[in-house]
Design a protein around this ligand. Structure first.
Ligand SMILES: O=P(O)(O)OC[C@H]1O[C@H](O)[C@H](O)[C@@H](O)[C@@H]1O
Length: 316
């Protein structure tokens, strides 16, 4: 299919309002499928209707990979590599009704990781992000979503900010770039994470690269993390795991126990978190591990300053 053919679909979003489409579709990469039609074979970037009638963006690369991103929460829920295998995991208890964050894929934690003065993991996973931009370069599609403060966020965190989240799909990798700009006239602080749920066989899953990191182990008491140092070359998930790794390296290697070796690279996500709820989630804990790129120490942004962090997950 040619690039021209990829964008031939009409833009028809009768039932869903996207408040910020002003810069969308600048590039010949985005097709907007009718929300009444769930089927499309277009390559590139298209918007369609997902679970619970929520709008989702589908990226399809010329190399045969596919990713899905819900505007609600700016949450990537699927990353299928060319053989059709989805390397991300959405929990069976996930709901798509905006009453809860989508439990699975790659939810945002912003502007707070974990519990604290505002809701657990912050509000970004509970808000509608908007389409901001799209492109399709050499068969590798990308979409940028946008989140700004509004009354919901202001009620708990009274700052003006502008976040952009760019998701780029290549044949063998999925990259994200998160930019947070302080658009207020006073400084603010935040913490953040990409709470990535990888499909896995928990009994065989391992993570390499964390040896030597300072740890804050939330097991057994989440409100009183135990400080330590990771001594293992290969970290596994023998039971409940909830551990922060400070000063994590810019590349980790996940063996998902299902035959896939996944490289998790980052720039500026200085920390990492491993999480598996074990029998707290009896129905699904065997089927995923969370390996999260995180920023646990507060980032301070002065007015007009921008913080940028990149995650790059790829398969060998
Ligand atoms: O259930 P959620 O709010 O999505 O949080 C799920 C988990 O996220 C992180 O991994 C935290 O370290 C855990 O303490 C928390 O339980």
């Amino acid at each position: 299919m040619t690039q021209t053919a990829m964008v031939s679909m009409a833009f028809s979003l009768n039932t869903v309002a996207f408040p910020n489409l002003r810069r969308s579709n600048r590039y010949p990469g985005m097709a907007f499928a009718s929300l009444s039609s769930k089927e499309s074979t277009s390559l590139g970037v298209r918007v369609t209707e997902g679970e619970g009638n929520l709008p989702k963006v589908v990226l399809t690369s010329s190399g045969g990979s596919e990713a899905e991103i819900y505007l609600f929460g700016g949450c990537i829920t699927s990353w299928k590599v060319a053989n059709g295998k989805d390397l991300l995991f959405v929990r069976p208890d996930a709901v798509f009704n905006k009453k809860k964050p989508i439990s699975g894929g790659i939810p945002h934690c912003f502007p707070q990781f974990g519990p604290g003065v505002i809701q657990q993991h912050g509000f970004a996973r509970n808000m509608d992000w908007s389409l901001f931009d799209s492109e399709n370069v050499d068969g590798n599609p990308a979409v940028t979503l946008e989140l700004k403060d509004e009354s919901y966020s202001r009620a708990m965190w009274d700052f003006s900010f502008h976040a952009l989240f760019k998701v780029t799909l290549n044949t063998k990798n999925l990259s994200t770039e998160l930019k947070v700009k302080n658009t207020d006239n006073k400084p603010f602080f935040f913490t953040s994470a990409l709470h990535t749920y990888f499909r896995a066989s928990v009994s065989g899953a391992t993570v390499k690269g964390l040896k030597g990191c300072k740890t804050l182990n939330k097991h057994p008491d989440p409100s009183n993390p135990v400080e330590g140092v990771e001594e293992r070359d290969v970290v596994n998930f023998p039971g409940f795991v909830d551990c922060v790794y400070l000063g994590a390296p810019n590349e980790l290697h996940l063996d998902n126990g299902l035959g896939d070796l996944i490289s998790i690279k980052n720039a500026n996500w200085s920390d990492a978190v491993l999480w598996n709820p074990y029998t707290q989630m009896e129905a699904c804990y065997r089927d995923f591990v969370c390996v999260e790129n995180a920023k646990i120490g507060s980032v301070k942004l002065e007015p007009d300053q921008t913080w940028t962090a990149v995650q790059h997950i790829s398969i060998a």
